[in-house]
Design a protein around this ligand. Structure first.
Ligand code: ADP
Length: 740
């Protein structure tokens, strides 16, 4: 059954067995016994004197016509030689004179058969070819830059084969192609930058390009010559994978015709054994180039391939170095800076420089930092939510985001491709890079409004412009791919970031540890100092008091001595307080039930000896029992109540209240006064040691009391806070947890 090829199945078309050849040459295939099994129908047209059917004949029977100037049996001997050396490389091409014309015979092996192809040898291309190629190659390699190398190669190939248009065509990972360099006659429009869908050069064609490194289509308008065979019924077609003359797929012929191309020639470009691209050459009139010229071009292709391998590796390395240099800088910034986000969002280098993305964001510790082109806030919120719930890996990368997350289609011009690197999934902290839809960046060189050349359907619509449009559809919502270099740089940055975060975390742990130590040392220090100070101060006081016994002392001096005694007392008092404070840190609590009611009564009684209580009105409410250390609890209530009375002295009447109640978590006491109140700005600091507010400067106090209270309460695993309004009064709350 012949294969009927159309646009829907051309990727399955068996193009290696077309059953026909291009008619500029002819073909004969013989078996191991030198019997002719296949030949092209055009043999007798090209070689007068040969019968039109050669099938079944021995090669020796037709050799008189195929190699009239050679000794009899010469071709058979060549084949025998090739058979024993297992290669025809040394023989190919063998030049023959046929019917007054020069021909090349090229032999290859196919499925147990020997295929002999005869094609014209054209004199013009052999002249000085060697020298020309040598010059071309040195010019080609003159430039180090990959793009210049490609441009030079296109120029040189054009010089060697004289075609109208020479393009370097590069395959992307998805199989689609792009014109990356070209050399053309001046009157032709540029096709540089055009993209073609993968189907333009289907997979099986690409496979053939890997095996056969040059391919000529001598004249798209010529009629192919059928290959006839001995076998009857449905014979096995001759495999033409390695053939020079292999006929061209009708689809491809139509494609070339629609472009106005008459001859086409291509040279395969290989990179690490894969097809990197093609040097594709078009001529608008038939232009045949013979085997030797094709081989010379093949040499250019091979040299370009190895240069490519080298330059591509070099260029990849450069890209990698560049991106890694940014990672390195960021890493240094992270080491230097206390804030990771400052380091990652610096002016000189930011996370955006780690890839070739157009935009990037960093979400860290509740903030979002944006660089370059990124989706708007709503879009980002949705995307981040999706990433949090649907992206399980800590690294995620796509060049077709809308395929996975449909809402992204609305902002494909910003984020068709993303890389997500999770700093902490739990905290929703990420680094994300964005690439726009690729199509945006590609411009059609000609007039985009010009209608496609032929408006019919099927084969006739095939043309580069319609191909471009077809390709454009396939890349909607797709970004340029993320290169290995970019991915590696992102992974490296993540490693550096993790390292920096860990370092900072352990730095914080270490700081905490140091702080604890310093705190303990300070406690011991203040305890020792206070303790040691007590003695000399007592001595000062005693000597001062001794002086007062001296009758000769003047009254003014006596007043000064009184002040010394008074100050010494005050100092003693302060030292006792500091001692108390540091003692709390050092002592263990022995929890017991403490009755607060009687304690409060005693305190009030004591305080009334110190303060004027004529206007004082004290309300004592419920006083539930508190579990704790009785001496420490006495300090708490004595301090709070004395403050309440002390700082409300000027109120008339003076209203003080205290009451406690059980809550879900423990016992809550509140001590309320209608005194001076505390400025809201100073509230947060009143529990600090030696801290006094501005409005109490003329009232006696050391600023130690509340610090002691707080320390005791916390030691009891309780809480203390205050509610106050300047000029109106204050309420202190103390909540004791109720340990079982
Ligand atoms: P002091 O010995 O100064 O009273 P405290 O540690 O007991 O030290 O209190 C610290 C500061 O808090 C006081 O100097 C005062 O400014 C403020 N303060 C404490 N209690 C009251 C209160 N009931 N009313 C107004 N201000 C208060």
């Amino acid at each position: 059954m012949p294969f009927n090829v159309d646009l829907t199945n051309c990727d399955r078309e068996p193009i290696h067995i077309p059953g026909q050849i291009q008619p500029y040459g002819f073909l004969i295939a013989i078996d191991n016994d030198f019997i002719i099994r296949y030949h092209s129908e055009n043999v007798s047209d090209l070689i007068p004197g040969l019968p039109s059917l050669l099938l079944g004949k021995e090669l020796s029977e037709v050799e008189y016509a195929l190699s009239p100037n050679e000794p009899m049996g010469f071709i058979s001997q060549l084949i025998t030689f090739g058979k024993t050396t297992k290669s025809f490389e040394q023989i190919n091409p063998f030049q023959l004179e046929l019917d007054g014309k020069s021909y090349y015979m090229i032999i290859h092996h196919s499925d147990g058969l020997f295929v002999l192809e005869f094609e014209p040898a054209t004199a013009e291309t052999t002249t000085d070819m060697q020298r020309m190629i040598g010059r071309s190659i040195s010019e080609m390699l003159a430039d180090k830059n990959l793009q210049n190398l490609l441009n030079n190669s296109a120029e040189q190939v054009k010089k060697v084969i004289g075609y109208d248009r020479v393009m370097v065509y590069r395959f992307a990972a998805d199989g689609h192609g792009e014109v990356v360099a070209e050399a053309r006659n001046e009157d032709l429009e540029s096709w540089l930058g055009l993209h073609y869908p993968a189907s333009d050069i289907p997979k099986q064609a690409r496979e053939l390009y890997k095996i056969n490194r040059t391919r000529i289509i001598a004249d798209v308008n010529s009629n192919p010559s059928k290959i006839v065979t001995l076998a009857s019924g449905e014979p096995q077609p001759l495999d033409l994978t390695c053939s020079q003359l292999r006929a061209v797929s009708p689809i491809h012929i139509q494609y070339l015709k629609n472009m106005g191309v008459a001859s086409s020639f291509s040279i395969s470009l290989m990179y690490k054994n894969e097809l990197w691209g093609l040097i594709a050459c078009h001529n608008y009139t038939p232009r045949y180039i013979d085997y030797k010229a094709r081989e010379s071009s093949k040499l250019i292709g091979q040299i370009l391939s190895s240069a490519l391998e080298f330059r591509q590796d070099e260029e990849n390395q450069q890209l990698q170095d560049q991106l890694f240099a940014s990672v390195e800088k960021l890493s240094k910034q992270m080491q230097r800076s206390n804030s990771l986000e400052d380091a990652l969002t610096g002016d000189e280098v930011s996370i955006l420089d780690v890839t070739y993305a157009d935009g990037a964001i960093l979400t860290y510790e509740g903030n979002t930092f944006k660089f370059g082109k990124v989706p708007n806030d709503d879009q980002l919120a949705g995307l981040l939510q999706w990433i949090k719930t649907d992206v399980t890996d800590t690294f995620f990368c796509t060049d077709h985001l809308s395929d996975k997350y449909a809402p992204a289609l609305t902002y494909k011009d910003v984020a068709s491709g993303i890389i997500v690197s999770a700093i902490s999934k739990e905290m929703g902290e990420y680094m994300i890079w964005f690439k726009p839809e690729q199509l945006k960046q590609i411009t059609w060189a000609g007039n985009p409004d010009k209608p496609a050349e032929i408006d019919n359907n099927g084969l006739l619509t095939l043309s580069p412009r319609t191909s471009f449009e077809a390709w454009a559809e396939t890349v909607t919502g797709r970004s340029a791919t993320w290169s290995n270099e970019e991915i590696k740089a992102v992974i490296r940055l993540k490693e550096e970031l993790t390292y920096a975060i860990n370092q900072k975390a352990s730095a914080i742990r270490q700081l905490n540890e140091k702080l604890k130590q310093a705190y303990e040392e300070l406690d011991t220090f203040s305890f020792t100092i206070s303790h040691d100070l007590k003695n000399p101060i007592s001595v000062i006081k005693s000597y001062a008091q001794l002086l007062t016994r001296d009758a000769s002392i003047r009254p003014e001096a006596l007043r000064v001595i009184d002040r010394i005694v008074d100050r010494a007392d005050k100092m003693n008092h302060m030292i006792n307080e500091v001692l108390d404070y540091s003692r709390i840190g050092r002592s263990e609590i022995d929890f017991m039930d403490v009755k607060i009611g009687p304690m409060v009564n005693d305190i009030i009684k004591d305080l009334s000896l110190v303060y004027d209580t004529t206007k004082l009105n004290v309300t004592i409410g419920e006083t539930p029992v508190v579990k704790g250390d009785p001496v420490m609890l006495l300090q708490v209530f004595a301090n709070l109540l004395s403050n309440a009375i002390k700082y409300s002295q000027r109120a008339d009447p003076q209203q003080i209240s205290i009451e406690g109640k059980a809550t879900e978590t423990g016992i809550l006491y509140q001590i309320k006064d209608n005194g001076l109140g505390i400025d809201i700005k100073q509230l947060p600091r009143i529990f600090e040691l030696f801290n006094r507010t501005d409005n109490v400067k003329d009232i006696e106090g050391s600023g130690v009391g509340l610090a002691i209270v707080k320390r005791i309460v916390e030691k009891h695993r309780g809480k203390i806070w205050v509610d106050s309004e300047l000029g109106k009064g204050s309420t202190f709350y103390v909540e004791f947890s109720n340990p079982a």
